[in-house]
Design a protein around this ligand. Structure first.
Ligand code: HEC
Length: 466
């Protein structure tokens, strides 16, 4: 179990089910709008860089941020975009124009960098004698919904024609009624009763009229889609209450969204020379936020929470940054997203800020609070954490064992926390306990229970560091 689970956890955390979409923020002004340079160095703004639009230009395994692509209409199609072009958000919740196919105008290779694909068998099959097959209204609405999905990037992993005869549970090619391949939890998401908001969504006006804020799948007609799916809930005997009780989707992304940042410890924070220190490995996204801001989530609507003072991104083609960069600068391969045109604001002594470093979208390596001006570096707690790795099982103290750095289960010698949960791309993880859904008392106080099985049936639940 541990190996498979860890891999799954890694995949989930690395790629996630992201339904964000591109928001065009390239209205950024030219460099000469920059005021009061602090470092005297040139600053690279988002408006200065060419975004990556081909998967072969990105580093392997790196999330390619969403962008809009406009192309000439195919065959008899007529485009509604500028100059009759068809414009499509190349994003996991991107949609092309209604009635057209994402397969024709999108780019699944890019979408699949935003969340990894692995095949999962369908949740159910259709009885060949199912009476719905003779129900014209039902079959018409199913056809309409299929068309809606065909315009969306969901086809990249939920249309077996697009991905070599496989799909992730539900598959719009699985006849005669593909809706049967969806689980009840999936149906709850589709209809909008199970929360999937941490996957991100964006205004329908920027997505060819498709909305994903009220339903789980993007649609141009929320009411019609919900009416159809509610009939399906009724047929399955899935009550509204049960559907609402489905835990929020998002796995690690959801867990990140509700995590409360701890005080920075060890080599974390910004020192008096303005050097930014983080732990846990290289980062592709670095944030400084006001204390009390929401945790950064996925684009397009959750990646710049209110209170973001500084946001630095690394191009998908460039190497991630190691800890030790200078606040307010843009080292090679990186560019400043916020502020859009100015230098980063000066930090004020005695003020507490929230530092976030993401290994990649959705995978924080550091998220902690530091007070500018206070010395950073090795606290007692940090030293304790490192020592705890060699705890003797006979005398293990479970409070110290939880959160201990590990590279394998065998490092987690304390039976109360014998599971090593490793995030993707990380050489090491932390020791924790499994089975907290069944028995919440296995977790230390303050720790939350993360139920991996909510998205990956058969996987365990485990305690997540606060
Ligand atoms: C890059 C691949 C990928 C894309 C794109 C994608 N998904 Fe998925 N999705 C998966 C995989 C893989 C699973 C199976 C997860 C698992 O292991 O349980 C899944 C599972 C689901 C489930 C749970 C199904 C069930 O019956 O339990 C829902 C609901 C879902 N996806 C909705 C969507 C929607 C809506 C979109 C488009 C906005 C979408 N997905 C786009 C890969 C993807």
């Amino acid at each position: 179990m541990p190996t498979i689970t860890k891999r799954l956890l890694g995949l989930l955390a690395a790629g996630m089910l992201l339904f964000g979409c591109s928001s065009d923020e390239s209205e950024g002004m030219a460099e000469d709008a920059i005021e009061s340079p602090q470092a005297g160095e040139a600053l690279t703004l988002r408006s200065d860089i060419e975004p990556i639009t081909r998967s072969e230009d990105a580093q392997p395994g790196v999330y390619i941020p969403m962008f809009e692509r406009c192309s000439e209409p195919l065959g008899d199609d007529v485009g509604e975009g500028p100059d009759g072009q068809v414009c499509t958000n190349i994003s996991i919740s991107g949609c092309t124009e209604e009635g057209k196919r994402f397969a024709d105008y999108g780019d699944c290779d890019i979408v699949r960098t935003q969340r990894p694909f692995w095949p999962r068998p369908p949740a159910g099959e259709t009885d060949p004698n199912d009476p719905r097959l003779d129900d014209e209204d039902f079959m018409r609405e199913l056809g309409w919904m299929t068309e809606q999905v065909e315009a969306a990037a969901c086809v990249c992993c939920h249309d077996s024609d697009e991905i070599g005869g496989q799909a992730g549970i539900w598959d719009i090619r699985l006849g005669p009624i593909w809706l049967d391949s969806l689980s009840d939890a999936g149906l709850a998401l589709f209809v909008g009763l199970a929360d999937s908001s941490t996957f991100g969504a964006y205004p329908k006006a920027e997505n060819n009229g498709f909305d994903r804020t009220l339903t789980g799948i993007p649609t141009t007609d929320t009411e019609r889609l919900q009416a159809f799916l509610r009939t399906e809930m009724e047929r399955r005997g899935l009550s509204e209450e049960e559907a609402r009780a489905v835990p929020p989707f998002g796995g690690p992304i959801y867990a990140n969204s509700i995590a409360v940042p701890e005080p920075c410890e060890g080599d974390q924070g910004i020192d008096e020379d303005g050097i930014v220190h983080w732990t846990g490995g290289p980062a592709r996204y670095v944030y400084v936020l006001e204390e009390g801001s929401d945790n950064p989530g996925v684009p397009p609507n959750l990646d710049m929470p209110e209170g973001t003072l500084w946001k630095l991104d690394v191009l998908a083609s460039a190497d991630a940054l190691g800890s030790g960069i200078e606040y307010g600068t843009t080292p090679e391969g990186s560019f400043q997203v916020l502020p859009e045109t100015k230098r980063a604001p000066a930090l004020e002594e005695g003020t507490t800020y929230h530092l976030v470093a993401l290994f990649d979208i959705g995978v924080p390596v550091t998220s902690c609070l530091f007070t500018y001006g206070a010395p950073i570096g090795g606290t007692a707690m940090d030293a304790g954490k490192q020592d705890a790795g060699n705890v003797d099982p006979a005398v293990c103290e479970s409070s110290a064992a939880f959160g201990t750095t590990c590279t394998a289960d065998s490092d987690c010698t304390c039976s109360a926390a014998s599971y090593c949960a490793i995030m993707p791309g990380q050489p090491e993880g932390f020791c924790t306990a499994t089975g907290c859904v069944e028995d919440a008392s296995v977790c230390p106080a303050d720790w939350t229970c993360f139920d991996l099985s909510a998205i990956a049936p058969g996987a365990p639940s485990f305690c997540l560091e606060p």
